[in-house]
Design a protein around this ligand. Structure first.
Ligand code: PEP
Ligand code: MG
Length: 553
């Protein structure tokens, strides 16, 4: 038995899990890379040829099964895969890399697949672009035979669960692994308010970030304890220590169970004040049901980016409408605030590059993101506004504009929203709100309040931009400090402007879930706090222990 090993990290989504390690690099198992000795070249070339032959044999077998089907489309896809496996562009070039660059088979194959995918990415033709996923599937199949396991995350079916460990994960990687049943994630990098971590928190997946060098210290299959209650991870624990952890997890379940009673309670202070709603921040339509389970008073922020970040192309109006309508219907009459697309910053989208939208190179957080990007792409904005306006027939929706720094931006979006509603014969009012997440917006909040129906404070970015501290950079996390007096001052100034114009204010950044702020937010007259779903019950319990004492700032 190896000695126990424990490492420090930063808890970014609470919970404790015991699971088996699976190391992933960019969402894939790491590919072994080594330069070959001369005598190994033939062996590696043979391994590659064998892997291709096995992949073809497996395809032939699948084709055989499918031959009975009336619908010939699946067969055509597999036949195309079969042809790719015999294509000289794939096999001969990879064999060439093994021979001339002395790369082992997996490494050469990965490089050649990347080169082919890059060609598809550059293609103008939509059909050719769509073929990229076929080449990925063919590549994975061959890699599976070369490496003896699948190259994508391999979620274990045993009760232990799987913990994915990598440098960093993208939001879509986290969501796809969650859908496969992943138990937790640990990243070497990452800031506490990075977008992917906010997603992990939203879906309730325990996560640690800043676990330095963990990839070098753990091996696939190790039993690991991810402890996001005490900011650490451990491996090689004795049976006795694992038993103690299991008892601790059971105790946590009891505490959580107690918290669950708050899912059916009102969001109310001890002295009966109910003016501050506790709402959910969602990214995926399926989370609406999870939100109802914890009794959210509405959705204060639906981040629409996720749909755009997954795809290579802009989601159609119909696809967007279906997603938005599902959320509105699932919320059964509770208000839902959809934020317009806020791509950019730490939320890149493949399609943004493909559409030639200016990708703000070295410093994307300061570049063309949020409403700035929407103004450059009016068709994109109109499509989203139309989809939202159509979804508004199922219940009250509000629309939020991200990254606003001028009144003109609000007025432009309002004009386009009105035009879309008119064209669709929609005559009920849809409230349009302004995100306050840049210090400049606070400084002109009096003016912005005249062109906005409500404000929503995006504290994640407001802190980042006012303290000049990157929210995704763990090295800057000491500077990224919500307790800095500037943050309270900015929030109070926003409140004063909103009060003068008689419009409501909510907070939808992570500060909304910070128990140290609940009392001041309530007393200063915040009309709602919107947060990751796994914080709602804790904040509601906290609220129930506080007394409302108005503090007009
Ligand atoms: C924020 O900035 O606080 C916010 C809610 O937006 P996001 O985290 O999506 O940038
Ligand atoms: Mg923001």
């Amino acid at each position: 038995m190896q000695p126990a090993m424990t490492g420090k990290a930063l808890a970014s989504s609470s919970g404790i899990v015991i699971g088996r390690v699976q190391k992933l690099v960019a969402g894939r198992k790491p590919i072994p890379e080594r330069r070959l000795e001369a005598e190994e070249i033939k062996v590696e070339q043979q391994r590659l040829a064998d892997a291709a032959a096995r992949a073809i044999a497996a395809l032939d077998e699948e084709l055989n099964h499918l031959s009975e089907l009336k619908n010939k489309e699946p067969m055509q896809i597999l036949e195309a895969h079969r042809m790719m496996l015999q294509d000289p562009e794939l096999i001969e070039k990879t064999q060439g890399m093994i021979a001339h660059q002395r790369m082992n088979a997996e490494w050469a194959l990965r490089c050649q697949l990347d080169a082919i995918e890059a060609i598809f990415n550059r293609a103008e033709d939509e059909y050719l672009k769509s073929k990229k996923s076929d080449i990925e599937q063919v590549g994975n199949r061959m890699m599976q035979y070369l490496m003896g396991s699948i190259s994508q995350v391999d979620i274990s079916a045993d009760e232990m669960g799987t913990i994915a460990i990598g440098e960093d994960f993208s939001p879509s990687e986290i969501v796809s692994m969650w859908r496969l049943g992943l138990a937790g994630i640990i990243c070497e990098q990452g800031g506490i308010n990075a977008h992917s971590i906010i997603i992990a928190r939203g879906i309730g997946m325990p996560a640690l970030i800043g676990a330095r060098d963990i990839l070098e210290q753990v091996e696939d299959g190790d039993v690991l304890i991810l402890d996001a209650e005490r900011d650490c991870w451990s491996i090689h624990l004795s049976d006795e220590e694992i038993r103690k952890y299991k008892c601790f997890i059971a105790a946590m379940d009891v505490i959580y169970h107690d918290l669950e009673t708050f899912s059916t309670r009102k969001s109310q202070s001890r002295n009966g004040y109910t003016g501050m709603k506790l709402m959910g921040n969602l990214e995926l339509s399926e989370e609406a049901q999870l939100g109802m389970d914890v009794g959210i008073d509405g959705v204060g922020l639906f981040r629409t980016e996720f749909m755009f970040m997954q795809d290579d192309t802009e989601p159609s109006e119909e696809r967007q409408y279906q997603t938005y309508a599902k959320v509105v219907k699932d919320m059964t009459g509770k208000e839902v605030t959809f934020r317009l697309l806020d791509i950019g910053g730490d939320k890149p989208a493949v399609f943004q590059r493909l559409m030639g939208i200016r990708y703000s190179g070295e410093n994307p957080a300061m570049g063309i993101r949020g409403v700035r990007m929407l103004q450059q792409c009016p068709d994109l904005l109109d499509t989203q506004l139309r989809a939202l306006a159509r979804a508004s027939q199922y219940g009250e929706i509000k629309i939020l504009v991200p990254m606003v720094t001028t009144c003109q931006e609000m007025m432009d979006v309002r004009e386009r929203l009105d035009a879309c509603c008119e064209a669709l014969n929609i005559y009920h009012k849809i409230a349009l709100g302004c995100m306050i997440e840049v210090p400049a917006a606070v400084m002109i909040a009096d003016e912005l309040a005249k062109v906005s129906d409500f404000f929503s404070i995006g504290s994640n970015d407001l802190i980042q931009y006012s303290l000049a501290a990157d929210r995704s950079d763990d090295a800057a996390c000491r500077i990224y400090n919500p307790k800095h007096p500037a943050i309270l001052a900015l929030i109070k100034q926003t409140m004063r402007a909103a009060r003068a114009a008689n419009i409501p204010v909510t907070v939808c950044g992570e500060l909304a879930a910070n128990p140290a702020w609940t009392e001041s937010f309530m007393n200063m007259g915040m009309s709602g706090l919107s947060m990751s779903l796994n914080s709602v019950l804790m904040v509601r319990r906290n609220l129930s222990r506080l007394d409302y004492q108005p503090d007009i700032c």
